[in-house]
Design a protein around this ligand. Structure first.
Ligand code: HSE
Length: 384
Protein backbone atom coordinates (compact mmCIF):
# COMPACT_ATOMS: atom_id res chain seq x y z
CA UNK A 1 0.00 0.00 0.00
CA UNK A 2 1.51 3.33 -1.10
CA UNK A 3 1.17 6.08 1.50
CA UNK A 4 1.41 9.83 0.94
CA UNK A 5 2.30 11.95 3.97
CA UNK A 6 0.88 15.42 4.66
CA UNK A 7 3.43 17.36 6.72
CA UNK A 8 7.17 16.94 7.26
CA UNK A 9 7.67 18.21 10.80
CA UNK A 10 8.63 16.20 13.89
CA UNK A 11 6.10 13.41 13.27
CA UNK A 12 6.14 13.64 9.45
CA UNK A 13 9.86 12.88 9.26
CA UNK A 14 9.31 9.89 11.57
CA UNK A 15 6.42 8.55 9.48
CA UNK A 16 8.38 8.91 6.23
CA UNK A 17 11.46 7.19 7.66
CA UNK A 18 9.38 4.33 9.10
CA UNK A 19 7.46 3.92 5.82
CA UNK A 20 10.71 3.39 3.92
CA UNK A 21 11.47 0.38 6.14
CA UNK A 22 7.95 -1.01 6.70
CA UNK A 23 6.84 -4.36 5.29
CA UNK A 24 3.77 -4.12 3.02
CA UNK A 25 3.90 -0.30 2.94
CA UNK A 26 5.56 2.05 0.48
CA UNK A 27 6.55 5.69 1.01
CA UNK A 28 4.77 7.99 -1.46
CA UNK A 29 4.95 11.77 -1.94
CA UNK A 30 5.18 14.10 1.05
CA UNK A 31 3.23 17.37 1.08
CA UNK A 32 5.31 20.35 2.23
CA UNK A 33 4.81 24.13 2.09
CA UNK A 34 5.41 25.83 -1.30
CA UNK A 35 9.09 26.63 -1.66
CA UNK A 36 10.13 23.69 0.55
CA UNK A 37 10.12 21.03 -2.23
CA UNK A 38 13.90 20.59 -2.04
CA UNK A 39 13.85 16.80 -2.58
CA UNK A 40 12.23 14.65 -5.29
CA UNK A 41 9.67 13.04 -2.93
CA UNK A 42 8.30 16.41 -1.76
CA UNK A 43 5.33 18.10 -3.42
CA UNK A 44 3.54 21.30 -2.50
CA UNK A 45 0.06 20.79 -3.97
CA UNK A 46 -2.52 18.39 -2.53
CA UNK A 47 -3.75 17.53 -6.06
CA UNK A 48 -0.38 15.84 -6.75
CA UNK A 49 -1.50 13.37 -4.08
CA UNK A 50 -5.28 13.15 -4.50
CA UNK A 51 -4.94 12.83 -8.31
CA UNK A 52 -2.14 10.26 -8.13
CA UNK A 53 -3.78 6.85 -8.75
CA UNK A 54 -0.77 5.06 -7.29
CA UNK A 55 -1.41 6.55 -3.82
CA UNK A 56 -3.65 4.25 -1.74
CA UNK A 57 -3.60 6.03 1.61
CA UNK A 58 -2.89 9.45 3.08
CA UNK A 59 -1.29 10.00 6.50
CA UNK A 60 -1.89 13.53 7.80
CA UNK A 61 0.53 14.79 10.47
CA UNK A 62 0.37 18.56 9.87
CA UNK A 63 -1.81 19.50 12.84
CA UNK A 64 -4.56 22.14 13.01
CA UNK A 65 -8.09 21.97 11.64
CA UNK A 66 -7.45 23.80 8.36
CA UNK A 67 -6.19 23.12 5.78
CA UNK A 68 -5.98 19.56 7.20
CA UNK A 69 -9.78 19.10 7.01
CA UNK A 70 -10.02 20.26 3.39
CA UNK A 71 -7.13 17.95 2.44
CA UNK A 72 -8.65 15.05 4.38
CA UNK A 73 -12.01 15.37 2.62
CA UNK A 74 -10.27 15.64 -0.76
CA UNK A 75 -8.25 12.50 -0.05
CA UNK A 76 -11.27 10.52 1.20
CA UNK A 77 -13.42 11.60 -1.78
CA UNK A 78 -10.59 10.54 -4.08
CA UNK A 79 -10.87 7.05 -2.55
CA UNK A 80 -7.75 7.18 -0.39
CA UNK A 81 -7.67 5.66 3.11
CA UNK A 82 -7.08 8.40 5.68
CA UNK A 83 -4.94 8.15 8.84
CA UNK A 84 -4.14 11.09 11.12
CA UNK A 85 -2.32 12.01 14.33
CA UNK A 86 -4.23 15.32 14.47
CA UNK A 87 -6.31 15.63 17.67
CA UNK A 88 -7.61 19.08 16.83
CA UNK A 89 -8.89 17.85 13.47
CA UNK A 90 -10.62 14.71 14.75
CA UNK A 91 -12.09 16.48 17.83
CA UNK A 92 -13.63 19.18 15.61
CA UNK A 93 -14.50 17.24 12.45
CA UNK A 94 -14.31 13.56 13.33
CA UNK A 95 -18.01 12.81 12.82
CA UNK A 96 -17.97 14.34 9.34
CA UNK A 97 -14.76 12.52 8.39
CA UNK A 98 -16.13 9.23 9.70
CA UNK A 99 -19.29 9.61 7.62
CA UNK A 100 -17.39 10.63 4.48
CA UNK A 101 -14.98 7.71 4.83
CA UNK A 102 -17.85 5.24 5.24
CA UNK A 103 -19.60 6.66 2.16
CA UNK A 104 -16.39 6.47 0.13
CA UNK A 105 -15.66 2.92 1.35
CA UNK A 106 -12.25 3.84 2.78
CA UNK A 107 -10.72 3.54 6.26
CA UNK A 108 -10.42 6.41 8.75
CA UNK A 109 -8.10 5.70 11.71
CA UNK A 110 -6.40 8.01 14.23
CA UNK A 111 -4.56 5.97 16.88
CA UNK A 112 -1.76 8.53 17.10
CA UNK A 113 -4.22 11.28 18.06
CA UNK A 114 -4.69 9.87 21.58
CA UNK A 115 -1.88 8.31 23.61
CA UNK A 116 1.02 8.89 21.19
CA UNK A 117 2.63 5.47 20.75
CA UNK A 118 0.22 3.73 23.15
CA UNK A 119 -2.17 1.42 21.24
CA UNK A 120 -5.15 2.78 23.14
CA UNK A 121 -7.91 3.76 20.70
CA UNK A 122 -7.41 0.65 18.59
CA UNK A 123 -7.98 -1.58 21.63
CA UNK A 124 -10.76 0.60 23.00
CA UNK A 125 -12.60 0.42 19.65
CA UNK A 126 -12.32 -3.37 19.64
CA UNK A 127 -13.47 -3.60 23.27
CA UNK A 128 -16.44 -1.28 22.65
CA UNK A 129 -17.81 -3.73 20.08
CA UNK A 130 -18.26 -6.52 22.61
CA UNK A 131 -18.16 -4.98 26.11
CA UNK A 132 -19.89 -2.04 27.76
CA UNK A 133 -17.29 0.65 28.38
CA UNK A 134 -17.91 2.31 31.76
CA UNK A 135 -15.12 4.91 31.78
CA UNK A 136 -12.10 6.12 29.84
CA UNK A 137 -9.24 8.39 30.83
CA UNK A 138 -5.77 8.66 32.28
CA UNK A 139 -2.62 10.64 31.62
CA UNK A 140 -2.96 11.64 27.97
CA UNK A 141 -0.45 14.46 27.49
CA UNK A 142 3.26 13.69 27.26
CA UNK A 143 4.48 17.29 27.48
CA UNK A 144 2.84 18.04 30.82
CA UNK A 145 3.75 14.65 32.26
CA UNK A 146 7.37 15.29 31.30
CA UNK A 147 7.19 18.75 32.91
CA UNK A 148 5.57 17.47 36.12
CA UNK A 149 8.15 14.69 36.40
CA UNK A 150 11.04 17.11 35.78
CA UNK A 151 9.72 19.67 38.26
CA UNK A 152 9.39 16.97 40.88
CA UNK A 153 12.55 14.94 40.25
CA UNK A 154 15.01 17.78 39.47
CA UNK A 155 13.37 20.82 41.10
CA UNK A 156 13.29 22.59 37.70
CA UNK A 157 10.88 25.49 37.43
CA UNK A 158 7.91 25.52 35.07
CA UNK A 159 9.58 27.56 32.27
CA UNK A 160 12.73 25.38 32.17
CA UNK A 161 10.67 22.17 32.15
CA UNK A 162 8.50 23.47 29.27
CA UNK A 163 11.55 24.54 27.26
CA UNK A 164 13.04 21.06 27.59
CA UNK A 165 9.77 19.38 26.54
CA UNK A 166 9.69 21.62 23.46
CA UNK A 167 13.29 20.82 22.59
CA UNK A 168 12.57 17.10 22.82
CA UNK A 169 9.71 17.46 20.30
CA UNK A 170 6.91 16.59 22.74
CA UNK A 171 4.97 19.85 22.74
CA UNK A 172 2.61 21.14 20.07
CA UNK A 173 3.95 23.94 17.80
CA UNK A 174 2.13 26.31 20.16
CA UNK A 175 2.37 24.60 23.58
CA UNK A 176 -0.66 26.46 24.95
CA UNK A 177 -2.91 23.48 24.19
CA UNK A 178 -0.57 21.17 26.14
CA UNK A 179 -0.23 23.25 29.30
CA UNK A 180 -3.87 24.36 29.51
CA UNK A 181 -5.18 20.79 29.27
CA UNK A 182 -6.84 21.40 25.88
CA UNK A 183 -4.70 18.77 24.14
CA UNK A 184 -5.69 16.15 26.75
CA UNK A 185 -9.30 17.30 26.51
CA UNK A 186 -9.32 16.71 22.75
CA UNK A 187 -7.94 13.22 23.39
CA UNK A 188 -10.61 12.37 25.94
CA UNK A 189 -13.25 13.65 23.48
CA UNK A 190 -11.96 11.09 20.97
CA UNK A 191 -11.95 8.30 23.56
CA UNK A 192 -15.58 9.13 24.51
CA UNK A 193 -16.62 8.96 20.86
CA UNK A 194 -14.82 5.65 20.32
CA UNK A 195 -16.38 4.20 23.49
CA UNK A 196 -19.92 5.57 23.24
CA UNK A 197 -20.48 6.98 19.74
CA UNK A 198 -20.89 10.55 21.01
CA UNK A 199 -18.20 13.16 20.32
CA UNK A 200 -18.84 15.82 23.00
CA UNK A 201 -18.47 19.33 21.61
CA UNK A 202 -19.64 21.42 24.58
CA UNK A 203 -20.09 21.21 28.34
CA UNK A 204 -16.40 20.20 28.59
CA UNK A 205 -14.00 21.43 31.30
CA UNK A 206 -10.21 21.67 31.17
CA UNK A 207 -7.71 22.90 33.68
CA UNK A 208 -4.03 22.53 32.90
CA UNK A 209 -0.78 23.04 34.79
CA UNK A 210 -0.07 26.59 33.61
CA UNK A 211 -0.76 27.96 37.12
CA UNK A 212 1.57 25.48 38.82
CA UNK A 213 4.73 26.72 40.57
CA UNK A 214 7.85 24.95 41.81
CA UNK A 215 6.70 25.82 45.37
CA UNK A 216 3.40 23.94 44.77
CA UNK A 217 5.33 20.85 43.67
CA UNK A 218 7.52 21.00 46.82
CA UNK A 219 4.39 21.31 48.92
CA UNK A 220 2.80 18.22 47.28
CA UNK A 221 5.98 16.20 47.79
CA UNK A 222 6.06 17.14 51.48
CA UNK A 223 2.51 15.80 51.75
CA UNK A 224 3.39 12.51 49.99
CA UNK A 225 1.44 13.47 46.88
CA UNK A 226 2.35 13.53 43.19
CA UNK A 227 0.68 15.88 40.70
CA UNK A 228 -0.48 14.42 37.39
CA UNK A 229 -2.69 15.89 34.65
CA UNK A 230 -5.56 13.43 34.34
CA UNK A 231 -8.39 13.20 31.79
CA UNK A 232 -11.70 11.61 32.82
CA UNK A 233 -14.60 10.38 30.73
CA UNK A 234 -17.52 8.51 32.19
CA UNK A 235 -20.98 7.45 31.02
CA UNK A 236 -23.74 7.40 33.64
CA UNK A 237 -26.55 4.84 33.61
CA UNK A 238 -28.86 7.49 32.07
CA UNK A 239 -26.45 7.91 29.13
CA UNK A 240 -25.01 11.29 30.19
CA UNK A 241 -21.29 11.60 29.48
CA UNK A 242 -18.94 13.55 31.72
CA UNK A 243 -15.62 14.63 30.22
CA UNK A 244 -13.01 16.87 31.83
CA UNK A 245 -9.28 17.34 32.40
CA UNK A 246 -7.65 18.61 35.60
CA UNK A 247 -4.53 18.19 37.73
CA UNK A 248 -4.91 15.42 40.32
CA UNK A 249 -2.83 14.88 43.46
CA UNK A 250 -2.42 11.13 43.43
CA UNK A 251 -0.90 9.15 46.29
CA UNK A 252 2.80 8.27 46.01
CA UNK A 253 1.93 4.58 45.53
CA UNK A 254 -0.80 5.09 42.89
CA UNK A 255 -0.10 3.81 39.37
CA UNK A 256 -0.08 7.35 37.91
CA UNK A 257 2.79 8.40 40.20
CA UNK A 258 5.04 5.85 38.44
CA UNK A 259 4.26 7.31 34.99
CA UNK A 260 7.40 9.38 34.29
CA UNK A 261 8.95 11.44 31.49
CA UNK A 262 6.82 11.77 28.33
CA UNK A 263 4.84 8.62 29.15
CA UNK A 264 1.06 8.35 29.07
CA UNK A 265 -1.17 5.95 30.97
CA UNK A 266 -4.38 5.49 28.99
CA UNK A 267 -7.11 3.44 30.61
CA UNK A 268 -10.62 2.18 30.15
CA UNK A 269 -12.92 0.10 32.27
CA UNK A 270 -15.12 -2.49 30.62
CA UNK A 271 -18.15 -3.89 32.40
CA UNK A 272 -16.82 -7.38 31.74
CA UNK A 273 -13.09 -6.77 31.23
CA UNK A 274 -12.71 -4.58 34.33
CA UNK A 275 -10.01 -1.90 34.42
CA UNK A 276 -7.32 -1.97 31.70
CA UNK A 277 -4.37 0.45 31.60
CA UNK A 278 -1.72 0.90 28.93
CA UNK A 279 1.54 2.75 29.51
CA UNK A 280 3.95 4.01 26.85
CA UNK A 281 5.48 7.10 25.31
CA UNK A 282 2.71 9.61 24.69
CA UNK A 283 4.64 12.09 22.58
CA UNK A 284 7.70 12.34 20.37
CA UNK A 285 8.70 11.63 16.78
CA UNK A 286 9.01 7.85 16.64
CA UNK A 287 6.43 6.85 19.28
CA UNK A 288 3.80 8.91 17.44
CA UNK A 289 4.97 7.78 14.01
CA UNK A 290 4.77 4.16 15.18
CA UNK A 291 1.06 4.63 15.93
CA UNK A 292 0.48 6.05 12.43
CA UNK A 293 2.28 3.05 10.93
CA UNK A 294 0.24 0.65 13.07
CA UNK A 295 -2.95 2.18 11.68
CA UNK A 296 -1.66 1.85 8.12
CA UNK A 297 -0.82 -1.77 8.70
CA UNK A 298 -4.25 -2.18 10.32
CA UNK A 299 -5.82 -0.95 7.07
CA UNK A 300 -3.92 -3.65 5.16
CA UNK A 301 -5.51 -6.13 7.61
CA UNK A 302 -9.02 -4.73 7.01
CA UNK A 303 -9.40 -2.25 9.91
CA UNK A 304 -11.82 0.43 8.71
CA UNK A 305 -12.95 2.67 11.57
CA UNK A 306 -12.51 3.66 15.22
CA UNK A 307 -15.70 5.63 15.68
CA UNK A 308 -18.94 3.63 15.41
CA UNK A 309 -20.65 4.17 12.03
CA UNK A 310 -23.49 6.15 13.66
CA UNK A 311 -21.19 8.38 15.78
CA UNK A 312 -22.70 11.84 16.39
CA UNK A 313 -21.61 15.16 17.88
CA UNK A 314 -23.10 15.74 21.34
CA UNK A 315 -22.59 17.43 24.72
CA UNK A 316 -20.82 16.57 27.96
CA UNK A 317 -22.56 16.98 31.31
CA UNK A 318 -20.20 17.34 34.27
CA UNK A 319 -22.87 18.38 36.77
CA UNK A 320 -22.74 15.15 38.80
CA UNK A 321 -18.93 14.84 39.16
CA UNK A 322 -17.50 15.78 42.60
CA UNK A 323 -14.10 15.80 44.34
CA UNK A 324 -12.23 17.28 47.24
CA UNK A 325 -9.71 19.84 45.94
CA UNK A 326 -6.39 21.35 46.96
CA UNK A 327 -6.66 25.08 46.21
CA UNK A 328 -4.09 27.88 46.41
CA UNK A 329 -5.88 31.23 46.30
CA UNK A 330 -5.80 34.77 47.75
CA UNK A 331 -6.76 34.88 51.43
CA UNK A 332 -9.38 37.52 50.65
CA UNK A 333 -11.26 34.92 48.53
CA UNK A 334 -10.80 32.12 51.07
CA UNK A 335 -14.46 31.62 51.92
CA UNK A 336 -15.44 30.85 48.30
CA UNK A 337 -15.01 27.13 48.96
CA UNK A 338 -16.01 25.00 51.97
CA UNK A 339 -12.63 24.26 53.59
CA UNK A 340 -12.15 20.89 55.25
CA UNK A 341 -8.67 22.03 56.32
CA UNK A 342 -6.48 25.12 56.02
CA UNK A 343 -3.09 23.73 55.04
CA UNK A 344 -1.14 27.00 54.99
CA UNK A 345 -1.82 30.71 55.55
CA UNK A 346 0.93 33.26 54.93
CA UNK A 347 -1.37 36.23 55.49
CA UNK A 348 -1.87 36.86 51.76
CA UNK A 349 -2.41 33.44 50.25
CA UNK A 350 -4.14 30.31 51.49
CA UNK A 351 -3.62 26.66 50.65
CA UNK A 352 -6.79 24.81 51.53
CA UNK A 353 -8.25 21.35 51.24
CA UNK A 354 -11.92 21.65 50.32
CA UNK A 355 -14.84 19.46 51.21
CA UNK A 356 -16.14 17.45 48.26
CA UNK A 357 -17.41 20.00 45.72
CA UNK A 358 -18.71 19.86 42.19
CA UNK A 359 -16.08 19.71 39.45
CA UNK A 360 -18.05 22.29 37.52
CA UNK A 361 -18.14 24.72 40.46
CA UNK A 362 -14.39 24.35 40.99
CA UNK A 363 -13.50 25.01 37.35
CA UNK A 364 -15.96 27.89 36.97
CA UNK A 365 -14.95 29.55 40.26
CA UNK A 366 -11.25 29.39 39.35
CA UNK A 367 -12.02 30.95 35.96
CA UNK A 368 -14.00 33.75 37.63
CA UNK A 369 -11.19 34.43 40.14
CA UNK A 370 -8.62 34.63 37.33
CA UNK A 371 -10.88 36.95 35.36
CA UNK A 372 -10.84 39.23 38.41
CA UNK A 373 -7.01 39.19 38.31
CA UNK A 374 -6.31 36.65 41.09
CA UNK A 375 -3.74 33.83 41.00
CA UNK A 376 -5.26 30.40 41.62
CA UNK A 377 -4.06 26.81 41.37
CA UNK A 378 -6.25 23.80 42.02
CA UNK A 379 -5.94 20.04 41.83
CA UNK A 380 -8.37 17.26 42.69
CA UNK A 381 -7.23 15.18 45.66
CA UNK A 382 -7.30 11.41 45.23
CA UNK A 383 -9.01 9.93 48.30
CA UNK A 384 -6.62 8.79 51.05
N1 HSE B 1 1.82 17.51 22.43
C1 HSE B 1 1.29 16.19 22.59
C2 HSE B 1 1.65 15.66 23.96
C3 HSE B 1 1.84 15.32 21.50
O1 HSE B 1 2.57 16.23 24.58
O2 HSE B 1 1.05 14.70 24.42
C4 HSE B 1 1.21 13.95 21.42
O3 HSE B 1 -0.17 14.03 21.18
Amino acid sequence: MKVAVLGYGTVGVGVYEMLKAAKGLEAGPVLVRPGKENEAFKVSSIEKITEDPSVDAVAEVMGGVEPAFTYAMAAIRAGKHFVTSNKALVAAKGVELNRAAKEAGVSFLFSAACGGGVPFLHNLARAAQTDEILSVGGILNGTTNFMLDQMQSTGKDYAAALKEAQELGYAEADPTADVTGLDALRKIMLACAVAWGVLPQDGLLNEGIDSLSAADVKDFMARGRVCRLVASGQRAADGRISAYVEPVLVRAGDAESAVLKNYNMARYEGKNAGPIAMIGQGAGRYPTASAVLRDLSGICAGEAAMFPADCVDGSADNSAAKHAYYVRLPKACGDLFPAAEILADNGEELRILTEEISVQKMHESAAALRKAGHAVFFAAVREA
